[in-house]
Design a protein around this ligand. Structure first.
Ligand code: SF4
Length: 197
């Protein structure tokens, strides 16, 4: 039997397979709700009362601001998104979900349920290790300038790396951060300037 491809290639293929499943589920749901996949991603991003400006969304999804503006205008017309004055800057506009938008976001979460639960039967320690490995990979891509927006612990200035058996630590929240507690999208994230070891 032929040797399998190198480990890096198989890891990439596994991540790519999962990404395909998510992309296809998002496309199905977008079609069902009369939106585009990008519009649906904006709804997902704003779920739970989150606010964002057009520029934030453009950086988040790595697309041009006019493309985001068009998508937002359509979502406003459909009643999923509303524009509000930014309380921090009265001249600026922030975007947030309407109740219908929050309902749509909840429907998306339910649609992704089978994918989210794909690893549910695997021991917690193994899942935590997988999360740690993926976040380390993301951190290296951030350092290489390939990922430009990230809010995970391993790229955060508040993260103190662990050593030996001692887990990492969040200096802001003053709490240990073992692999199982690492965050992927933390509102308190502060980009660090030194590369991940
Ligand atoms: S502030 Fe958030 S992202 Fe940063 S280390 Fe603490 S928990 Fe992680």
């Amino acid at each position: 039997m032929a040797e399998p491809p190198p480990l890096d290639d198989r890891l990439f293929a596994a991540v790519d397979r999962l990404a395909t499943v998510v992309r296809s589920a998002r496309q199905r749901l977008a079609t069902r709700h009369g939106t585009s996949p990008l519009q649906l991603q904006i709804v997902e991003h704003l779920a739970g009362g989150r606010r964002a400006r057009v520029g934030d969304l453009a950086a988040e999804f790595a697309v041009a601001s006019p493309t985001i503006s068009d998508a937002v205008s359509t979502l406003v017309d459909k009643g999923f998104v509303e524009r509000r004055t930014d309380p921090a800057d009265k001249r600026a506009v922030v975007l947030g979900l309407t109740p219908a938008g929050e309902e749509l976001a909840a429907a998306v979460t339910a649609e992704f349920g089978p994918v989210r639960r794909a690893t549910a039967g695997i021991a917690g320690a193994e899942r935590a290790t997988a999360l740690h490995v993926l976040l380390r990979g993301i951190a290296h891509l951030v350092d290489a300038g390939i990922i430009r927006v990230d809010r995970s612990c391993l790229t955060c200035a508040h993260h103190e790396p662990g050593a030996g058996l001692r887990p990492g630590h969040c200096l802001l929240l003053d709490r240990p951060l073992p692999p199982a507690d690492l965050r992927v999208d933390c509102p308190d994230h502060l980009s660090r300037t030194t590369p991940v070891p």
